[in-house]
Design a protein around this ligand. Sequence first.
Ligand code: FE
Length: 201
Amino acid sequence: MTRNRISRPARRTFLRSAIVLPAVVLGRRRALAQSTIMAPTPSCVDKGAPTLSQTAGPFFKPRSPERASLLEPNMRGTRIVVTGAVLSTRCRPIPGVLLDFWQADDQGRYDNTAFRLRGHQFADDQGRYRLETIVPGLYTGRTRHIHVRVQAPNQTVLTTQLYFPDEPGNRSDFIFRPELVMAVRDESGAKAGAFTFVLDV
Ligand code: FE
């Protein structure tokens, strides 16, 4: 039975690697899973130019509730999670930035009496934000968009809008700017958007 004759140290090494290897693979899988959940690490590629400012339009309301999710029970529309970071023009994350979002519902209507689909939040200590909402509907004269006011501590407010890629209305909306289009991908029935704001600070 020479084939079973493995020296003790060699056998121990083999057994140890048989145990360690799956742990390494599992660890990698876990890291991969976490990286897909976390907001992307801010990148300086093509960044450095301040994010364009845009009109607030007629539907901004001050004093929105603080909440990262604008979702409410029975809210209709395709879910979207928008993540990203707020950077300075030197590509440094800005912690504690106020981001105030407002948008139309899936029928293209704004809530001007209460705060449906309105909410503000603060970027974390790495300048990251995460918004849970629905894809806004269309209304006359505008392509699909989400409004946002972005304000670093003790700095002026940047008012702008985020757009969706491949929208037919992007071609005819004179307010639309391609620099403000989010990266959007489908993710199991919902959507994931990403956008990095650059503030002139
Ligand atoms: Fe609007």
